[in-house]
Design a protein around this ligand. Structure first.
Ligand code: CUA
Length: 348
């Protein structure tokens, strides 16, 4: 019964140190081996991932140290049978221990914060020749605006970026708080109604990357996604030129309702991102399948579905997910072309 408490030789300390070092080494190796993030697609991503690695190097040994001391204490200092009525030893504290366990975490925190501050200052530095892009968040869609000298900004539901071109995003929200995040770029910022938030990135890798809303913003939060396309400068210039052309005009000068449907083509719609429509080849199930719900409907019904989406909600779908401002963002001609297109192809 009267087992010796923490034998006063050095054995337990040595045991703790050896096991602590082994556990830390395994923890750090596993932490560094796991791919926590998607590919790096901006010049900001490298320094942020290095900072994250340093945090793994530091936090794993801290976690292991605390865990081992807790386990050791539970095993060696617990109450044993027959000691129920005994008072504990009269300890008032240990100044030396308290100084040590306050000073070490303080030094670790100051060093980590300083390094993080240096990284943040470095990656947020202004770059020469920055391109401005306005990012607008609303329930539940992103719109990207490219300001044009002496003209209306080009609007898109896809974020096109020329590779190696420094960009500064000016982020706004129309209704509630959203958060503009492209994981491959690593940076994110809240989109807050009433104020403008900003951040910089320089995309340095061609490809498509998801834009994600990272703030719980309502029923459609999980579908508030968009695509980033990092393209060559020539492709970007070509895309901008296409957006400047009148919205989705076909050869005979009519507005192309199908192009409006599939990728918005400058008009900040992209119905196909959320709706399935056989004729357009789109397959998302975020919103109702238009071949079913619009088949045989008249133009007025279709038009109302676009401009006042709360009026008739299909079974199994939630009201309030579809943006409510298409009545404003589409011109009368664009709306007409879209309604005409949907009336012609839905359910066919
Ligand atoms: Cu917008 Cu979540």
């Amino acid at each position: 019964m009267n087992r010796e408490r923490a034998r006063d030789d050095k054995t337990p300390v040595l045991w703790m140190v050896v096991h602590g070092v082994i556990a830390s080494a395994i923890g750090i190796a596993v932490g560094l081996a796991i791919e926590w993030f998607p590919e790096q697609a901006s010049t900001q991503a490298g320094p942020i991932d290095d900072l994250y690695d340093l945090l793994i190097w530091t936090s794993v040994p801290v976690f292991v140290t605390v865990s081992i001391i807790v386990l050791f204490s539970v095993r060696n200092f617990k109450m044993r049978p027959g000691e129920e009525q005994l008072d504990g030893p009269p300890i008032h504290g240990n100044t030396r221990l308290e100084v040590i366990w306050t000073a070490i975490p303080a030094v670790v925190l100051v060093v980590l914060c300083s390094y993080a501050w240096v990284v943040l200052t470095d990656i947020e530095e202004a770059q020469a020749g920055e391109m401005r892009i306005n990012v607008v968040g609303q329930q539940f869609a992103w719109t990207f605006e490219y300001p044009q000298a002496g003209a209306k900004p080009i609007k898109s539901t896809r974020l096109y970026l020329p590779v190696d071109q420094p960009v500064r995003f000016y982020v706004k929200a129309l209704d509630v708080i959203h958060d503009f995040w492209v994981p491959a770029f690593r940076m994110k910022v809240d989109a807050v109604p009433g104020i403008e938030t900003k951040y910089r990135i320089t995309p340095n890798r061609l490809g498509s990357y998801p834009v994600v809303c990272a703030e719980l913003c309502g029923l459609g939060h999980s579908v508030m996604r968009a695509q980033t396309r990092v393209v060559t400068e020539a492709e970007f210039d070509k895309w901008i030129a296409e957006q400047k052309a009148p919205a989705a005009a076909t050869a005979d000068g009519e507005i192309d309702g199908k192009a409006l449907f599939t990728d918005g083509n400058g008009a900040a719609t992209a119905c196909g991102a959320c709706h399935t429509l056989a004729d357009a080849g789109t397959q998302s199930s975020t919103g109702p399948e238009l071949d079913k719900v619009l088949a045989g409907k008249d133009a007025q019904y279709i038009s109302q579905g676009i401009t006042a989406p709360g009026a008739a909600i299909s079974a199994g779908f939630q009201a309030g997910i579809m943006p409510k401002n298409y009545g404003d963002s589409l011109s009368a001609e664009e709306l007409e072309a879209l309604v005409k297109y949907l009336g012609e192809v839905a359910g066919k």
